[in-house]
Design a protein around this ligand. Structure first.
Ligand code: SF4
Length: 471
């Protein structure tokens, strides 16, 4: 597993021959695509109209983001909480560490949060003498294995049951070695027992937020395991860490977005838990944290807001684009080497991490467009990837033979007579190379391209010349 997106070509090639990973990826269709399709079919009105509403809500929210965030902050403050603003990952990490130290926290439970992955929070907490424990089952498993999520909804999607058993036996050595762990319920039960002790001992809890509501100052999370509620309610201090783009004006907006999110992500009408977090425990509340903080992370989002790719900020992190992407389906999430894999990552990572590190990702697409046809908020993902490709080319990133080749091709394509001569010459050479087999399997200057592809033998006469001969 790499955290270097510049190694994408090598990592993708390795993923294609990783039999264990390929086995897991076979479940994408059954596990996600079929469930989503059934949920859409069962929806009482045409789902397209719901997608359009979702898109409009997110687009309108982005166009008044500054006002909504200030309204959200005022409400959280009125509710007894505190909002912190972080310009980048380093500032976010520092704010969170300061809150934890000031509250005297040592152990920290965490709900699933891709933003905390993005800002690389866990290593920073550990370096500062704190002990973060992931409590979402998938996140807990990959934390034990020192890995990163391979999917934004199902972080341990790439692992088999036997991998999890192996990790649990290694990590939970205080438990009897003779215990039976050869089935999923046994693994879940063991994780539940271990995590319950962490929940009881935690001084602070950190969660993400799927949505923020400006009119009420609420952060909302959806979970299926209930770990989010135990993370936010049991410790003295609760910190919500989330991106600034998550805010929408009203609770009513969330009711639309929730319908889209859960159906698109897991094919559920609604998740087991939908938790609304609006501040610390009040005198008449049965439970809740004494201190409530929200850390609003920018980390490149403001710059995206004013760019031609601002629609990527509409994302509600459902994962449907990766579930339907032939490239993600062939290589999984780790090969991308960035926080967000798949089409979402190809559109978002260059904006967050910079093109110099992520220039391969917008090219990791067949441009079939399935990602944007399933996106619940209708983000034009291929248009955004095309934008990054153009940027990459015009900035000369990387200054490679690929870019020089494209320039040469563009030069020739603007000279039709020359282009036709080249094309006819190339076709003749390729016909000779293909010979009787009828396939071109390698060319001296395109060795990489032919590793996983071949070409049909070109026709003996070009389309244009046949067209010119037509009666
Ligand atoms: S880009 Fe669209 S489909 Fe992909 S995770 Fe975001 S909302 Fe879901």
């Amino acid at each position: 597993m790499t955290t270097d997106a510049t190694a994408f070509p090598q990592e993708a090639r390795a993923a294609l021959t990783n039999a264990r990973l390929q086995g897991a990826l076979n479940h994408l269709k059954e596990g996600f695509q079929v469930k989503r399709a059934k949920a859409f079919d069962a929806y009482p009105i045409p789902f397209e109209s719901l997608r359009e509403q979702g898109r409009a809500i997110k687009e309108a929210a982005l166009s008044q983001l500054d006002e909504l965030l200030l309204q959200f902050e005022a409400k959280v403050t009125a509710n007894g909480g505190k909002v912190h603003w972080a310009r980048d990952a380093a500032e976010a990490r520092d704010v969170i560490t300061r809150i934890l130290k000031e509250s005297g926290a040592k152990t920290v439970t965490k709900g699933k949060s891709m933003v905390t992955e993005e800002i690389e929070l866990n290593p920073h907490l550990i370096a500062n003498g704190l002990t973060p424990v992931e409590t979402d089952l998938g996140e807990y498993i990959i934390q034990l294995r020192n890995e990163r999520p391979s999917h934004i909804v199902a972080p341990a999607f790439h692992l088999r049951r036997t991998d999890v058993e192996e990790s649990f036996r290694e990590a939970h050595q205080a438990l009897p070695s003779s215990r039976v762990l050869d089935n999923r319920p046994a693994l879940v039960s063991e994780a539940r027992g271990i995590l319950r002790r962490h929940f009881e001992a935690a001084d602070a809890g950190i969660t993400g937020a799927n949505f923020l509501v400006a009119e009420t100052g609420s952060a909302i999370i959806v979970t299926n395991e209930g770990n989010g509620d135990l993370t936010r309610l049991l410790p003295r201090t609760h910190i919500v860490v989330t991106g600034i783009e998550k805010v929408v004006p009203r609770l009513e907006d969330v009711s639309i977005l929730l319908r889209l999110l859960t159906r698109s992500a897991t094919g559920q009408e609604i998740t087991s838990y939908v938790s609304f977090m609006s501040g610390p425990k009040h005198a008449d509340d049965a439970d809740g944290p004494q201190n409530f903080h929200v850390v609003l992370v920018d980390n490149g989002r403001s710059a995206l807001l004013g760019s031609p790719v601002r629609e990527v900020l509409q994302c509600i992190r459902c994962g449907a684009c990766m579930n339907h992407c032939p490239v993600y389906g062939a290589i999984g999430g780790h090969a991308y080497g960035a926080t967000y894999p798949g089409p979402l990552g190809a559109a978002l990572d260059p904006g967050l991490d910079g093109l110099a590190k992520t220039y391969h990702l917008p090219f990791a697409s067949s441009f079939c467009g399935r990602c944007e046809t399933v996106c619940p908020v209708k983000i034009p993902l291929t248009k955004i990837m095309r934008f990054w490709r153009n940027e990459s080319f015009s900035r000369g990133i990387p200054a490679s033979s690929f870019n020089r080749g494209l320039k040469l091709w563009a030069w020739a394509a603007r000279r039709p007579a020359l282009y036709r001569t080249f094309a006819s010459l190339a076709a003749r050479v390729m016909r000779m190379i293909a010979g009787k087999s009828g396939r071109v399997r390698s060319l001296p200057f395109l060795t990489g391209w032919f590793i996983v592809r071949d070409l049909a033998k070109p026709a003996s006469e070009s389309f244009q010349s046949q067209w010119r001969r037509r009666p």
